[in-house]
Write a protein that binds this ligand. Structure first.
Ligand code: KG4
Ligand code: ZN
Length: 354
């Protein structure tokens, strides 16, 4: 079965084609991505209206490219999957509208996918895919969550941020430091030449005994330190502050992830979402988990941030698990706010393929 996946929840348009054969792991046949980061950079963040308009321009050419690359005719597509939420409403509507139109034209069912389910299953596209069950650390621009993942569709929320997401903490601190958007990779680069112990920044909730996060206080602390440095801090001071900020975020993420492994007795940690591309986070998690006899799994590096492959993959894994809520009635909705835990609640109706 061939499944095309369309991602348009934020500022990346992604399309991918995945194939399933019996119970074998889904195989990625081709994928294409367009990042709008350069377009939004001038505004210091994502402008929703511009994002929607750009998705409209990109999605069909990307879909064509994927089909050509995979040597697959449009008529060979069996299921059209798209990101149903969470994300920007207008941006989601573009992907959903195109997917449902494509499904209607091909007389094929559609499947709305949860964006975070895409992220947390994305390590299954790596060579050393994890086995269930595992703990997942989801760290993106909009979310910071620890989940216990029993199997496809069975997710238990262990802890989440009570204010800013980890990626948001990177982005907002980077903005204060005068770096471009998205701030995470830029801040990580600036931090390379810095001393992580130069500034004492808070590690909120580090010793709370719980698995929740809080990052809002960190940007205030960064702003305070910057004010103290005066209007023109030298290059070393900026690098030191970037390194100290990164260390504070990573310290908290690592401590909570290792605690989640201990509390659940899980031996595998899956890291997904844009912040999972952070090299310091990866190194610290690898070392910490190894000490506890656990392993860390990541998606392929290029699939840490938003992409169509994870949406097609999540759809494929749901289909294989018999948990796909396929639709063929031409109706659709999007869920800009959609708690992942809701996915697990009621058993989903399994509708047979037409
Ligand atoms: O998963 P993602 O692409 O989009 C959302 O669904 O939010 O995550 C984007 C986030 C941004 O906040 C970005 O700054 C952060 O991931 N990010 C990083 C790195 N690469 C991306 N943060 C820290 N270090 C990185 N290397
Ligand atoms: Zn994402």
């Amino acid at each position: 079965m061939k499944i095309i996946g369309i991602e348009s929840s934020c500022d990346e348009t992604g399309v991918a084609l995945v194939e399933t054969r019996d119970d074998a792991p889904p195989r990625l046949l081709a994928e294409a991505l367009h990042s709008q980061a350069a377009m939004h950079e001038a505004y210091g963040g994502v402008v929703p209206e511009l994002a929607s308009r750009d998705h409209i321009r990109r999605v069909l050419p990307l879909a064509r490219r994927v089909l050509v690359e995979a040597g697959c005719a449009l008529a060979e597509v069996d299921v059209v999957a798209y990101t149903r939420g969470p994300g920007l409403a207008g941006a989601l509507l573009v992907g959903a509208g195109v997917a449902v139109a494509l499904g209607a034209a091909l007389a094929r069912p559609t499947l709305g996918v949860h964006h975070l389910e895409g992220h947390l299953l994305s390590p299954f596209l790596a060579d050393d895919a994890p086995a269930f069950p595992f703990v997942a650390l989801l760290v993106s621009g909009g979310h910071s969550q620890l989940m216990r993942v029993e199997s496809v569709g069975r997710y238990e929320l262990l802890g989440e941020t009570i204010d800013d997401a980890a990626g948001e903490a990177f982005d907002k601190s980077a903005k204060l430091l005068g770096l471009g958007y998205p701030g995470g990779p830029a801040l990580a680069r600036l931090a390379e030449a810095g001393d992580p112990a130069a500034f004492a920044l808070p590690r909120p909730l580090l010793h709370s005994g719980k698995l929740d996060f809080s990052f809002a206080g960190l940007k205030t602390a960064v702003a305070t330190q910057l004010r103290k440095l005066g209007p023109a801090p030298d290059a070393q001071a900026r690098s030191d502050l970037a390194a100290s900020t990164q260390a504070a975020i990573v310290d908290v993420l690592v401590a909570k992830s290792l605690r989640a492994l201990r509390e659940t007795g899980a031996r595998r940690l899956v890291v997904a979402g844009g912040v999972g591309a952070n090299a310091l986070l990866r190194a610290r998690l690898d070392a910490g988990a190894a000490k506890q006899g656990a392993r860390v799994h990541y998606p392929p590096f290029a699939l840490c941030t938003d992409n169509g492959a994870m949406i097609a993959l999540a759809a494929a894994m749901r289909l294989q698990a018999g948990m796909a809520d396929l639709r063929s009635d031409g109706a659709f909705d999007v869920r800009p706010r959609w708690p992942l835990a809701e996915l697990a609640a009621p058993p989903l109706l399994q509708r047979p393929l037409p």
